[in-house]
Design a protein around this ligand. Structure first.
Ligand code: ADP
Ligand code: MG
Length: 515
């Protein structure tokens, strides 16, 4: 079997794929393309629309819009389907990157197609040429919630699995500031040599300041270093319930055996063991058993051990044997850094003035800080808008803890920004406008200098401002290798050190991006 590329006859992988694809697709009802030469009839256009409908579901929207705009069937005769494309970039891309998706779609519409050929036909872009399909008109964006708080199904720690540990809590995404430097360092040390250094490790601090995050991050880190380790994370309530259950089933031996196997026991919010004598007793024995065997114990509480006056003295004195560290409320700079980090996690870009305003006005806990941010994102998503100083001010006021009035409301333009960016597609569009180069050229393969620079710039900005992985960026740019993306980002970073014009370009693009 042969496939013709612009008159050239190539035999190879593609043909083999076509053969396999065909065999698997024969049960589809064939649609007849008919005999045609230069103009596309209505039914052929319908057929191409059906093909596009299938392809649209398979590939990313920016790719679909870029590479299928003004394409159409030029002819189909004796099993040879000629697809017309408006320019050589589209031809190149479809031939090399998309042939799999496209052939599958074509064959599911008409299994009798044996050969596919792409042909550049600039006339297709002319609106009166009914052969080319305007995909932006025919395939309107159906979804488009502006951002993605729920896209965060991302696994942040590779290889970590534990029923009770949340993989979102990692040492890497815990922002360090003056308020938590010591607890973070102690936790990291414990994660790297559990049982050896600070045992027990006792972390205390007010509500919503990051104790659970830090404790779970230690568990995740231990498992990352050694997946065979047994890490148990429990709230003290859960621990109490287990004990009550064990007592109910008269099975306290099984309970003890279970905890004997543990390499690291993490008990969160130990203050809730107050007045639970039987639980405290069991915990005391479990603690001793683990401690004597050199196993790590990590405890958190809302107050230091000596203030846990409703806990047995012997338990409190055990807690005081190791390292005690406290988390304070973060200062303004750390609050702002946390907000930036959370934006990266949620994969959204929010104007820095808006983040500064939140950091300035939310004082009670990191949880509250994050809560305001998440609400702002959700609201903007629902309303297809962008968070502004005014919209977050409303959210903060609703929380009702700021009777003294909000700071900075007059300093910041309350409705700024008018435009903010949150997708790679937006970045490419803005870079394309800045350099006056078509977006498809930026995403294409052309290696001319005046196109390479904007392409590298777009990659650099997507990497640095959207924090996408090199692989993801490579995919967006038509399946480029991640090393190509790394090289592009490095190159721009190096150039920025000495090239003032480029620096001006970046700043002006960032401004356009609402940063
Ligand atoms: P606590 O257990 O002290 O009540 P959490 O650990 O539940 O607080 O923290 C509340 C929220 O704040 C969590 O979503 C956590 O990820 C976030 N958080 C707190 N401190 C930090 C930090 N330093 N860096 C990143 N996120 C933080
Ligand atoms: Mg907690």
């Amino acid at each position: 079997m042969f496939v013709y590329w612009n008159g050239l006859c190539v035999k190879g992988l593609f043909c083999a794929w076509l053969a396999v694809g065909r065999a698997g697709l024969y049960n589809c009802s064939p649609l007849n393309f008919g005999d045609m030469t230069t103009t596309t009839t209505t039914s052929e256009r319908d057929i191409w629309l059906q093909v596009l409908q299938k392809v649209e579901l398979e590939i990313k929207r920016p790719h679909f819009l870029t590479w299928f705009q003004n394409t159409g069937v030029l002819s189909c005769k004796d099993g040879l389907l000629v697809v017309g494309v408006p320019n050589v970039f589209a031809k190149d891309w479809l031939e090399h990157k998309l042939n799999g998706h496209l052939i599958q779609a074509i064959q599911s519409v008409n299994p009798e197609v044996k050969e596919v050929m792409f042909q550049v036909e600039p006339g297709l872009a002319v609106p009166t040429d009914n052969r080319g399909v305007d995909v932006t008109k025919h395939f309107k964006d159906k979804k488009k919630p502006r951002k993605l708080p729920n896209r965060q199904e991302v696994k942040l720690v590779e290889g970590v699995s534990s029923k009770c540990l949340n993989p979102r809590y990692t040492m890497q995404n815990f922002v360090v500031g003056g308020n938590n430097r010591l607890p973070q360092a102690a936790c990291l040390a414990v994660a790297n040599s559990p049982g050896a250094l600070y045992n027990p490790l006792f972390v205390y601090g007010g509500v919503g300041l990051g104790k659970t995050h830090l404790l779970q991050a230690v568990g995740n880190e231990i498992l990352k270093n050694d997946p065979d380790k047994v890490v148990v994370y429990m709230t003290s309530e859960r621990f109490t319930n287990e004990i009550i259950e064990a007592i109910g089933k008269r099975n306290s031996k099984a309970f003890k055996d279970k905890y004997r196997k543990v390499d690291c026991l993490i008990i969160d919010d130990v203050q809730f063991l107050a007045n639970k004598d039987r639980t405290q007793e069991e915990f005391f024995h479990t603690f001793n058993e683990l401690y004597d065997n050199g196993k790590q114990i990590i405890i958190s509480s809302d107050r230091p051990p000596k203030e846990l006056d409703q806990l047995e003295d012997r338990l409190v004195s055990r807690f005081e044997m190791g390292m005690i560290v406290d988390i304070q409320f973060p200062d303004y700079e750390t609050r702002l850094a946390i907000l930036h980090s959370k934006c990266r996690e949620h994969q959204v870009l929010i104007h820095s003035e808006v983040l500064e305003f939140i950091a300035m006005n939310v004082h009670h806990s990191v949880r509250e800080l994050e809560g305001v941010l998440v609400q702002a994102i959700a609201q903007a998503q629902l309303e297809h808008s962008t968070p502004t100083v005014r919209s977050v001010a409303k959210i903060i006021k609703k929380l009702g803890k700021h009777a003294e009035g909000l700071k900075g409301l007059d300093t910041y333009a309350a409705d700024a920004p008018s435009k903010a960016v949150n997708t790679a597609e937006d970045v490419i569009e803005i870079v394309s406008m800045h350099y006056k180069i078509a977006a498809e050229d930026i995403m294409g393969e052309c290696r001319k200098k005046h196109i390479m620079l904007p392409r590298q710039m777009a990659m650099y900005l997507i990497r640095h401002e959207l924090n996408l992985a090199y692989e993801q960026i490579g995919d967006i740019f038509g399946g480029k290798n991640h090393t190509t993306v790394m090289h592009a980002c490095d190159k721009i970073a190096q150039k920025l050190k000495k090239d003032k014009n480029l620096l001006r370009d970046v700043n002006s693009i960032k401004k356009e991006m609402g940063l």
